[in-house]
Design a protein around this ligand. Structure first.
Ligand code: MN
Length: 443
């Protein structure tokens, strides 16, 4: 499925292939940074000649649409539908990754990204684990730092995997995990989506893929993983050991602090013939889309409940895909934009600044949004400041002990009491514009 997707976008000329051999130490990450937002296929990796590296496959909203075969429908509606209607995937008994087995991580092209990183990091890994109480599986993204070729430090924020790990730890047990690298973007989106505990993200992925996802029980841990996976790593999270994890760059592009985190002991590594290793550049577009887009979905659905017509939501790239939202609405009454702001803050507690614009503004175009603020916003009436609320741990300007921050909402919509014509962007006559642009395109 990942390979078919790569082939599909390659045919459309969306992928950029890098033929020249590059090193996993900084060199590949530098190229990823240079072409951030574009899918890249590195065909030659100096240290791992049998591997290719893919990056950026989920690095834009258009790529996500392409991956989910979305033409006209609303992307958010499709994702919400899949989250609410998960489907059990078909189980198969063979998978291409069973072809090659190794005992260590040695051959994997694990990248070192930035100058002061704590080591090489696996960044596009999905961790599959089973909760024995509910007999359900959980899938989540975790960054992992290489300690040696059989050990990884894993960053576990207090969510679902943490719950499973903690329950096992209390019983003195290790947590078996199967790590998956190289899957279709639908699997990535589902793993990043905030489902409730006990819901299997794989089922959501299957629903997003219209029932076409196949899974296989992993050889050691008996955990169901996509059969098309390029690479899987089997092992367990040790219930006793901890190590300094980091430094590592998070979504803001600045260094996250070093913490004591658990250790994974690797038992076996499996990979396909001509394996493709997926790497996500920390703080790059793909990181922001995968982490931020599920929150856009949530903001969209919350705002929809208080405002009749919501068009689009963007957690902007400049806002780290996490701290700044722009929401376009069709305003019906004067209070709508402020209600939208309040709903957005409720939907995404990490949100710090929120701008609401009319539906003639492109939320994905920062210059257009700034133009709306410049021409439609009056701070004395259109500004909301909320002091002393809890914000994001990722924002270095928030109080790092209490996470107390100040949130700001900006209503940059046209006041209903004023003449709309005074606020609309001037355009040339549509027919003549089309004609001239057509001529220009030909020459
Ligand atoms: Mn979960």
């Amino acid at each position: 499925m990942l390979r078919e997707f790569i082939e599909k976008i390659d045919k459309k000329g969306i992928i950029k292939c890098i033929e020249r051999p590059l090193s996993i130490k900084y060199e590949i990450a530098i190229v990823m940074k240079k072409f951030d937002g574009i899918p890249l296929l590195f065909k030659k990796v100096t240290e791992s000649p049998q591997f290719r590296i893919i990056s950026g496959i989920a690095g834009s909203r258009n790529l996500i649409r392409e991956a989910l075969n979305i033409k006209q429908e609303n992307l958010y509606e499709k994702i919400i539908h899949a989250a609410e209607n998960p489907k059990k995937p078909k189980e198969v008994s063979d998978a291409p990754f069973l072809k090659n087995t190794k005992d260590t991580l040695k051959e994997l092209p694990i990248l070192t990204h930035y100058e002061n990183d704590g080591g090489p990091y696996i960044t596009a890994a999905l961790v599959y684990a089973r909760d024995t109480d509910t007999d359900t599986q959980n899938v989540s993204f975790h960054r992992m730092m290489v300690i040696d070729d059989r050990h990884l430090a894993i960053r576990i924020v207090p969510r679902h995997l943490f719950t499973i790990f903690k329950k096992n730890k209390e019983k003195g047990k290790d947590t078996p995990v199967t790590i998956v690298i190289g899957v279709h973007p639908a699997v990535l989106i589902s793993a990043a989506y905030p489902l409730e505990f006990g819901m299997d993200e794989t089922w959501m992925a299957n629903s997003l893929l219209d029932g076409k996802l196949e899974v296989i029980s992993s050889p050691i841990n008996n955990i169901e993983v996509p059969s098309h996976s390029e690479i899987i790593i089997e092992g367990f999270i040790d219930c006793n050991k901890e190590v300094d994890e980091g430094p590592f760059v998070d979504i803001t592009g600045s260094y996250d602090k070093v913490r004591k985190q658990p250790i994974i002991e690797v038992e076996k590594v499996y990979f396909r013939e001509n394996p493709i290793y997926h790497a996500i550049l920390p703080a790059g577009e793909e990181h922001k889309i995968l982490m931020g887009m599920p929150r856009e979905v949530k903001i969209w659905s919350f705002v929809k409940q208080v405002v009749p017509e919501v068009k689009e939501v963007s957690l902007t790239s400049g806002g780290c895909g996490w701290l700044h939202a722009v929401i376009s609405i069709r305003k019906h009454t004067e209070g709508d934009p402020k209600n939208a702001i309040i709903a957005a803050f409720a939907a995404h507690p990490s949100l710090k600044h929120c701008v609401v614009v009319d539906d003639d503004i492109d939320v994905h175009n920062p210059s257009d949004v700034e133009w709306a603020i410049a021409t439609r916003f009056q701070a004395s009436e259109d500004l909301i400041i909320i002091n002393n609320v809890r914000g994001s741990s990722l924002d270095p300007s928030a109080d790092q002990e209490t996470l107390i921050t100040t949130k700001v909402g900006i209503d940059a919509t046209i006041p209903l009491s004023k003449r709309k014509e005074d606020f609309i962007k001037a355009k040339p006559p549509a027919e003549i514009e089309r004609k001239i642009l057509k001529i220009l395109n030909k020459s």
